[in-house]
Write a protein that binds this ligand. Structure first.
Ligand code: AMP
Ligand code: GLY
Length: 436
């Protein structure tokens, strides 16, 4: 079948790489894609939030499956758009309905859902202009630090951890009275600060059944030792050493299963990924957030360990037959290290040529096989004047698979040493807590 992938980051390049290996994949299209996806399929230069344009591509390219990378089209209702369209309604599309996508699109919706289904999460209050004064009292009586979250999508910037009451009161007023995070951010979830270690857990669900994918840990801060500003993610590892069988059993029983049952009970149409952003507090898993898509850069390690044919899983998801599939996971360790533009996550330049032999000759380094190897996923790149140039903050995700975490990291770093572009930066300490 012809398959269309929506998005342009490392996650989408990883989807391409995995999907291309499926016997079921005939032609692959990526909208808008990057210089890496262009090597595996045909890039379509469209705005993926313009659903009429996505429809045109589906019609003219006989697309039978759409894999949605980022959250924005999902939260804006691409699934419902397809299901309500006579021509598109039989196309398989990964993602929840618009209603279900609120698990990511509205923090208040997600918290209320967790409360209804007894999914462990931080205690919270919900405030907007109508109960602003009550909110001030709530803040004054709360312990510190305290976490403020803008309700709607805020490009990863809508969470503020405040260590003083003065800061909390200021931010609270800015969000509600000055629309700091836009209209959707005028509703604020205020929650207790959870002290623990985070991990990302992923399932693919058909709304009734689910399959558990390999877990991962991402490294969000720009600086070594998890210091400095938050980014989209500077690297990731899988498996996560503290995600023992015992711990994952608790995750399934207390978090994944009540969530899937909740979707079913509330008759929420949900066929797609659920990304559980979890935190381990005193050995117990709690939910920090739900996302309705895969993580980036987590996908760049998760898919390297997944042995199953992903396209077959998507077909089973569509037919609500995921219970007939067993997930097979490579026992090796995967790590990815992201090379970013100078200045990121603040202002950075684009269009800087990348000097890396592999870009012109993908066979120059060893690809992933049974014994491990390396895969360089493009994130913010484009083809310019016959050369690959930077086109975003996160530029390349260098993923490696090896017998141990230390070896995977070293392999990834050995490839990064061969990459040059002006201002390039990467963290050398991905996975540091788990390597001697
Ligand atoms: P979110 O956008 O919900 O993923 O939040 C971004 C980051 O803020 C998370 O990955 C956590 O590191 C942090 N965070 C969010 N909520 C809490 C909380 N209740 N306690 C501690 N840290 C939090
Ligand atoms: N790496 C975190 C995310 O994709 O949201």
């Amino acid at each position: 079948m012809n398959i269309l992938i929506l998005g342009s980051g490392g996650r989408e390049h990883a989807f391409c790489w995995k999907i291309k290996q499926s016997d079921l994949c005939t032609q692959l299209f990526i909208a808008p894609g990057n210089a890496g996806t262009a090597q595996l399929g045909e890039n379509m230069p469209i705005d993926i939030n313009d659903f009429e344009k996505v429809k045109e591509v589906c019609i003219f390219r006989n697309v039978e499956m759409v894999v949605v990378g980022p959250e924005e089209p999902l939260v804006k209702g691409i699934y419902d758009f397809f299901k309500n369209d006579e021509i598109l309604k039989n196309i398989i599309i990964t993602g929840p309905s618009t209603y279900g996508a609120q698990l990511e699109g509205s923090k208040a919706f997600a918290k209320d859902f967790m409360k209804r289904h007894q999914v462990p999460t931080a205690a919270y209050g919900e405030f907007d202009v109508n109960n602003f004064v009550e909110g001030i009292e709530f803040l004054k009586n709360h312990s510190l630090p305290i976490v403020l979250k803008a309700d709607g999508l805020a490009a990863g910037k809508g969470v503020i951890i405040c260590s003083t009451l003065a800061e909390a009161l200021d931010e609270f007023a800015l969000m509600i009275q000055q629309s700091k995070f836009g209209e959707a951010g005028k509703k604020v979830v205020v929650e207790e600060f959870l002290d623990g270690i985070e991990l990302s857990v992923f399932v693919l669900t058909d709304g009734r059944n689910y399959v558990l994918l390999p877990e991962a840990k991402d490294y969000k801060k720009i600086g070594e030792g998890d210091k400095g500003l938050n980014t989209g993610g500077m690297g990731a590892i899988s498996p996560v050493p503290f995600a023992t069988e015992h711990f994952m059993q608790k995750v399934k029983e207390r978090i994944i299963e009540p969530t899937i049952k909740g979707l079913q009970q509330e008759e929420i149409d949900y066929k797609g990924f659920i990304f559980f952003g979890l935190i381990k507090v005193n050995e117990e898993p709690m939910v920090i957030e739900y996302n309705c898509r895969m993580g980036d850069p987590e996908t760049e390690v998760v898919l390297l360990r997944l042995k199953n044919d992903l396209v077959k899983l998507f077909v089973a998801m569509d037919e609500q037959k995921l219970d007939e599939h067993m997930i097979e996971i490579n026992k090796d360790v995967a790590a990815t290290v992201v090379a970013v533009s100078g200045g990121y996550p603040e202002a950075y330049k684009k269009g800087i040529p990348i000097d890396f032999a592999y870009l012109e000759n993908p066979e120059a380094i060893k690809h992933i096989d049974e014994d491990g190897g390396v895969m360089v996923f493009h994130a913010g790149t484009k083809q310019e004047d016959g050369k690959v140039a930077t086109n975003g903050g996160r530029v390349l995700a260098v993923s490696a698979v090896a017998d141990s975490l230390g070896d995977a990291i070293e392999l990834s770093k050995s490839i990064l040493k061969e990459i040059f572009f002006d201002g390039m930066y990467y963290r050398t300490d991905i996975g540091y807590e788990f390597v001697d």
